[in-house]
Design a protein. Structure first.
Length: 317
């Protein structure tokens, strides 16, 4: 088991995290995210937390969380506090949604995906397959007010965050530089709780990062498009905004993101040599070169060398 007590507090208060979804074991792409976030935390003398993002229970596979933790430990990627599970945080998400309701920034929505697609099509807006649809505002009321009693509202409704007009948000990515997104044109009012009652990733990750005092978020570039809306939600809730660093994705032979949905193979961590080989491949993808490759090198020795070599500037080069 990992050492759950950091021997000394971070010099600059750095708190990072790795937050996998337990929809299957770690694959090469998720190991890149885990290694990159771990190295960034360790080089900055920070804390590294593990959070299991199982808020979307229907997609989770029983036992996948245990396997992910086993794989991380086999690779020497230890965490500094007891792991947490999003499924245990439902009350904090509910309170955040209630707070947003009190701020008159959310409203109920009964739109289905098909009705949204039909509304966009009527406006001549085509949405490419497998891409997120920009919400056209079909259910948004003229004036947003506080909803006192949820029981009086329609069944099977979602809750959306009402965006102010002309909301273009800019932020600095530690690897990619200045990023900008027009939330009204590229996203629209986004869902915080789905029609089936499940809290969305957008709300859960913002609330959990704030609750855990996360200062640095290092994750895959597939989540870059979510960052602006999460920063806006942080602003609305009065949370601090962490620093962001997005890592290059591992792609399959078809040029698609390596993922469990595309049947990505699990990494091999049955013994130390397998784990070290997987770490080396992840490090190479992150641009780390000249790391020990001898058979006599231990995982701990390799990770120390990788920590000393870690450079955020290499990622974007």
């Amino acid at each position: 088991m990992p050492n759950l007590k950091n021997p000394s507090p971070p010099a600059d208060g750095y708190r990072g995290r790795f937050a996998p979804s337990p929809t299957g074991p770690l694959h090469a792409g998720s190991l890149v995210a885990a290694l990159g976030s771990w190295l960034d935390a360790r080089q900055n003398h920070g804390e590294w937390l593990l959070r299991i993002e199982d808020v979307d229970a229907p997609r989770c596979i029983p036992g996948a969380d245990t396997e992910i933790m086993r794989q991380l430990l086999a690779c020497g990627l230890t965490w500094d506090e007891e792991p947490t599970w999003q499924s245990e945080h439902q009350e904090r998400y509910k309170k955040a949604l209630e707070r947003l309701n009190g701020l008159q920034t959310v409203y109920p929505c009964t739109c289905s995906r098909q009705s949204i697609a039909n509304a966009l099509e009527a406006r001549g807006v085509a949405t490419p397959r497998n891409q997120e649809m920009v919400y056209p505002g079909s259910c948004r009321p003229q004036e947003i007010h506080v909803y006192e009693d949820e029981k009086t509202l329609p069944a099977e409704m979602a809750w959306r965050l009402a965006l102010p007009q002309d909301l273009t948000l800019q932020f600095e990515d530690l690897a990619l530089g200045t990023q900008s997104q027009d939330l009204n044109r590229e996203v629209g009012d986004f869902v915080l709780r789905r029609r089936d009652g499940v809290f969305t990733y957008q709300l859960a990750v913002v609330v959990d990062d704030a609750e855990q005092g996360i200062t640095h978020i290092v994750r895959g570039a597939d989540l870059l498009n979510n960052t602006a809306r999460q920063i806006h939600l942080q602003h609305v809730l009065g949370y601090s905004t962490p620093s962001y660093l997005h890592l290059p994705l591992v792609l399959d032979e078809h040029g698609e993101k390596l993922s469990k949905q595309t049947l990505a193979n699990a990494i091999h961590t049955d013994n130390a040599q397998q784990s070290l080989q997987e770490l080396r491949k992840a490090a190479e993808h992150l641009g780390l070169r000249d790391l020990p490759d001898g058979k006599s090198t231990s995982i701990a020795e390799w990770l120390l060398a990788a920590t000393q070599t870690w450079d955020r500037k290499i990622i974007s080069s």
